[in-house]
Ligand binder design. Structure first.
Ligand code: F6R
Length: 617
């Protein structure tokens, strides 16, 4: 939540920061602000509203300094007001600070600082930290061993913080310096030619440099235009590891699409190809993964898996559960990361934990992983963002390789997680009872997934027309069974988060135990209806809805014959292998949500109250 960016170098800071904030806006978009150190003062522009509002405000300031920081906010403490927008300036006017995270002990800090004569302009937790830095700076005018007084006052203050932070700080007395630090909120340093950009993620950096350092928890970076140094909260020196970003700025552009969500839906065939590239064995009968840090014999010992995640990634876990249990016959448990972290779940010795997180920064998933590790379990991670905290702290893992996902509603990252779940199921199954020929057939099916998704995407014009007819409704049910029950949950989540229509996902047969009470001609149901064992059962559920005048959109696999009159609208998807079915069935629910949202005129990429990665509890 919240995006932060800081620049120090030879260019004008404001334009680079504003461009960075636009790229980070998906992280939070209720207010934005900027501070440039120029003319012997900390010049601040900040406004409630989107970055575009800030751009207009900034134009009044004639920013021309080359050191600055900026912030796009997702409110935690304090309402959405100009005063609560970041940067915050200490009451002595010496420090400006931007912050992503939560200072949990801010009220004690604030009380203490008020006692010392510091004053507050906002209701935020952040302002307390800013004033605390000013307090330490004023208290200790001389730093031992010729160190930086600015850096040491930030370090000292952070030692008092309980909570999470990614921060960047300016100091009036050090006109071309920034100190930034992180704990449980992401921070990446872009290393340019005599210029540095520090930001919440690489999208704010990649148009300036591909060279980055992913900062770790408890690290501080001190930037000047000529050099940078990284140290820990305990003052230990850190040797930086400079990585290369593997994607380019065009991957983070709209490239002719109207919205990132639309772009990312249509990118899915390519995203799936990138996810599976190089990950099948030479004999073509199983999957292989480079980074599990667990050999086949060790993997063979595992007799139970636990998957933890949040939101869409949790739905991906449910599909993985179904496929692993079906094909590998190994029991799987799926938990919400936010529940697992507090419920002290009993885990036996041979349980392997997996966490799934696109961003690799979701705080609940990170905390679940840490808790499992504290209990001595090995944790593997599926992540998209390279160098993210979860990716770094996991014992091993698999990158999704789908490029930046910018639309707040997850699409291509979700189907890539489904694909990896299917590949993990195959990997485990082949170690157990799956034959070579079944494995080879499974591999061929996965390799065909991108083309099947291309075929499913061709239904877009028809789904757009259907969306026009249904967009007026206030409630929806999404119903599916077995591996498509999680896709029903995903369909309902997609629809509610971007169109604000109330939607619920249910196992189709469970609907008669309560939700059927909602059915009227104004509550449509979206049924996922594949060929196979439960086809007739699902049709019976549809009949029950029809008998109560509920409108039905049926998403059916090719070749399914529905009884006449049971569905009002039918969307056909290709028939496919069970491991691929959840991926292909996801396409129409994504498109339906997208087009309904367009029809209702909502902001597809920046839905209200949401932010892309949830780095606060
Ligand atoms: C929904 C969505 C969220 C995320 C969830 C976890 O469209 O995007 O539900 O799936 O916040 O995020 P990650 O995968 O980054 O941990």
């Amino acid at each position: 939540m919240c995006g932060i960016v800081g620049y120090v170098g030879k260019q004008k800071a404001a334009s680079i920061i504003l461009e960075g904030l636009k790229r980070l806006e998906y992280r939070g978009y209720d207010s934005a602000g900027l501070c440039v150190l120029q003319g012997g003062r900390l010049d601040v522009a900040k406004k409630a509203g989107r970055v575009d509002v800030l751009v207009k405000e900034a134009a009044k300031h004639h920013f021309n300094g080359s050191t600055g920081i900026g912030h796009t906010r997702w409110a935690t403490h304090g309402g959405v007001t100009d005063a609560n927008a970041h940067p915050h300036v200490s009451s002595d006017g010496k420090f400006a600070l931007i912050h992503n995270g939560v200072i949990e002990n801010y009220s004690g800090m604030k009380k203490f600082l008020i006692g010392k004569g510091y004053t507050f302009q906002s209701e935020t937790d952040t302002e307390a930290l800013c004033n605390l830095i000013a307090y330490h700076y004023a208290k200790e005018p001389v730093v031992k061993n010729g160190g930086s007084r600015f850096l040491e006052s930030v370090r000292k203050s952070l030692r008092h913080v309980e909570g999470t932070y990614g921060i960047a700080v300016l100091c009036l007395d050090c006109p071309d310096e920034i100190v930034a630090a992180r704990k449980a909120s992401p921070l990446v340093l872009g290393v340019g030619d005599q210029e540095y950009i520090v930001a919440s993620d690489a999208s704010a950096i990649v148009s300036h440099t591909q060279s980055v350092v992913y900062l770790k928890d408890g690290e501080l970076v001190h930037l000047t235009p000529r050099t940078f140094s990284i140290t820990t909260l305990d003052q230990a020196d850190v040797s930086p590891v400079v990585d290369k970003i593997t994607w380019t700025i065009t991957d983070a552009d709209l490239n002719g699409y109207s919205h990132f969500m639309e772009k990312e839906i249509f990118e899915q065939p390519l995203a799936l190809e990138n996810t599976m590239r190089g990950r099948f064995s030479e004999d073509g009968s199983t999957a292989q993964f480079g980074g599990l840090n667990l050999n086949a014999a060790e993997f063979r010992q595992i007799d139970r898996f636990l998957f933890c995640a949040c939101g869409s990634a949790w739905h991906a876990c449910l599909v993985a559960e179904h496929l692993i249990e079906t094909f590998a016959r190994v029991p799987v448990e799926v938990d919400y990361a936010s529940e697992f972290r507090y419920r002290n779940a009993p885990l036996d010795r041979n349980t392997l934990c997996w966490v799934i997180s696109q961003s690799g920064e979701t705080i609940d998933t990170l905390a679940a992983m840490r808790e499992a590790k504290r209990k001595g379990h090995r944790v593997l991670a599926l992540n998209n963002v390279v160098g993210s905290t979860i990716a770094r702290e996991a014992d091993g893992g698999i990158y999704q390789h789908v490029g930046p996902e910018i639309g707040v509603a997850s699409t291509k990252a979700f189907t890539s997680q489904l694909l990896l779940g299917a590949m993990i199921a195959l990997y485990i199954a082949r170690m157990r009872d799956m034959s070579f020929s079944d494995g080879a057939q499974y591999v061929q099916a996965l390799k065909g997934a991108p083309d099947l998704v291309r075929t499913a995407l061709k239904q877009a014009p028809q789904i757009k027309e259907i969306a026009k007819r249904y967009a007026k409704h206030a409630d929806f049910l999404f119903l599916g069974r077995l591996s498509l029950f999680p896709i029903a949950l995903e369909g309902a989540l997609k629809l509610k988060e971007i169109s604000y229509i109330h939607a619920e996902g249910y196992p189709a047969a469970e609907m008669k135990h309560g939700p059927i009470a909602l059915i009227t001609e104004n509550c449509p149901s979206v049924f996922l209806v594949p060929k196979g064992d439960v086809f007739n059962k699902i049709v019976s559920s549809m009949q029950e809805i029809k008998a109560r005048k509920g409108p039905i959109i049926a998403i059916v696999t090719e070749g399914c014959e529905l009884p006449p009159g049971v569905a009002d609208d039918v969307i056909t998807i290709p028939d496919c292998h069970p491991a691929v079915l959840p991926i292909v069935a996801t396409i129409p629910v994504q498109l339906l949500s997208y087009y309904i949202t367009l029809e209702r005129g909502c902001d597809v990429d920046k839905p209200r109250n949401l932010a892309k990665s949830v780095t606060v509890e």
